[in-house]
Design a protein around this ligand. Structure first.
Ligand SMILES: Nc1ncnc2c1ncn2[C@@H]1O[C@H](COP(=O)(O)OP(=O)(O)OP(=O)(O)O)[C@@H](O)[C@H]1O
Ligand SMILES: Nc1ncnc2c1ncn2[C@@H]1O[C@H](COP(=O)(O)OP(=O)(O)OP(=O)(O)O)[C@@H](O)[C@H]1O
Lengths: 227, 227
């Protein structure tokens, strides 16, 4: 059973706590502001008010149980760095820390963070990529090689059974799923639109309004989009 | 050709600018701090120093060309709200705004934002989900129904051709790709480990060390993981 320590209960830290609890893990929440400890204490396993930059105060924290600590302090760079350094000294096996600049990232790694995340950079990349590719309603990078992309089914591959198109060999892409809208009418004649999700089967035939979920390398997906 | 306006050049706003430019779009960058305008002016299409809460100052901005505006102001809630309201009044077709709280989200929608993002909430969910599922090396939510999950191939489905397992019908999951490690030796006898990515084919046979990429609804994936 996983035990996480979350240091810093701003919106990022509090969201980490809720999601961990939702997924069945234990959470020890730390912050030096009493009102934030009060805010989370009913929800988390343990909430301890402590100044995490002070080695002696940290004696109150059960580090023997903690496998992963997340330093969710954003603005206070000094507190973020000092807390990370102390957690490393206490022997926490895995430390993830939030950084708000490149220099902050470098120093966090130098004092012992195993992983550093910059929320503004990550979300900036994700949101701009999504908005800049209008024919793609969603796009995910899976590992370094593959991408998963949601897009309208190209005309060239509609109205034929998928196995006859031999897409994996011809274009090096694989259709994973299809989103199909079905139009009907309710009891009083109002148009009803429903969306079903189907797995791609060899016998599947794509229709005009279908949205397809495809997997492949980025360069192969870009070629396929030009169809 | 897409034209984006980015209001607010903090790290989030500047990352949006870089990624848009990288993907071939045009960017009009706005901020009232001269040093931030100087920072981006070589990189973006046009950088204009302006107080975006002032209707008269906005006369300098070529709104006729702008299809999408992103209000990347985080901390200054008043500026974020007033800017969004003015962009709506100027008729910008699509406005995405950053919010830092639930109330802020509500008000942004009320004054005309088409989409609102809370970076701390989005990243808190994403990071906690990833850390809380150790047998899953990666997990993506695709739309509201499907999940994409990377996991070790369960023993029960190894050493048989995929088509004979009939996974889509029996477990309602579809294997999309396989990550396979190949072990060899280099010229001086050192072990060499390489990873190849293969699409799942009906004739594919899973091996012990394979990692599989599967798609399905969350509840179906959870059942499948218990195999
Ligand atoms: N020395 C410290 N010991 C314990 N907690 C600290 C310390 N310094 C800062 N914190 C806590 O870290 C939390 C997060 O700090 P941050 O400055 O990132 O706040 P925030 O901007 O509200 O966060 P978010 O961006 O997640 O909304 C705050 O609640 C603060 O009390
Ligand atoms: N009225 C305004 N007109 C134009 N720009 C503004 C206005 N108010 C704020 N800004 C700009 O918005 C930018 C982002 O504001 P924010 O308070 O989110 O800064 P930040 O915390 O540095 O951002 P980030 O979290 O992205 O690093 C700042 O550069 C600021 O100059």
């Amino acid at each position: 059973d996983k035990v996480f320590a979350v240091i810093g209960l701003g919106s990022f830290g509090r969201q980490l706590c809720s999601t961990f609890i939702e997924r069945g893990a234990s959470v020890i929440a730390l912050d030096n502001q009493a009102e934030l400890i009060d805010k989370v204490k009913e929800e988390v396993t343990q909430a301890i008010r402590v100044d995490t930059t002070d080695n002696e105060s940290l004696a109150l924290v059960p580090f023997e149980d903690i496998q992963t600590a997340i330093v969710a302090i954003g603005e206070n760079i000094e507190a973020s760095i000092l807390t990370t350094a102390l957690l490393k000294r206490k022997g926490v096996p895995y430390i993830l820390a939030r950084a708000v600049s490149e220099l902050h990232t470098q120093v966090l790694r130098q004092v012992g963070a195993d992983e550093v995340v910059n929320l503004e950079i990550d979300e900036g990349i994700k949101i701009a990529q999504r908005l800049a590719a209008p024919d793609i309603s969603d796009r995910f990078q899976i590992g370094s090689a593959l991408s998963l992309v949601e897009m309208k089914a190209p005309k060239a591959i509609q109205h034929k059974q998928l196995h006859s198109l031999d897409l994996r060999n011809r274009y090096r892409i694989s259709i994973v799923a299809i989103y199909r809208s079905t139009h009907s009418v309710d009891e009083v004649g109002n148009p009803l639109k429903e969306q079903t999700v189907l797995f791609a089967e060899p016998s599947t035939v794509l229709e005009e309004q279908d949205t397809i979920l495809i997997v492949g390398k980025n360069e192969d997906i870009d070629k396929f989009r030009e169809l």
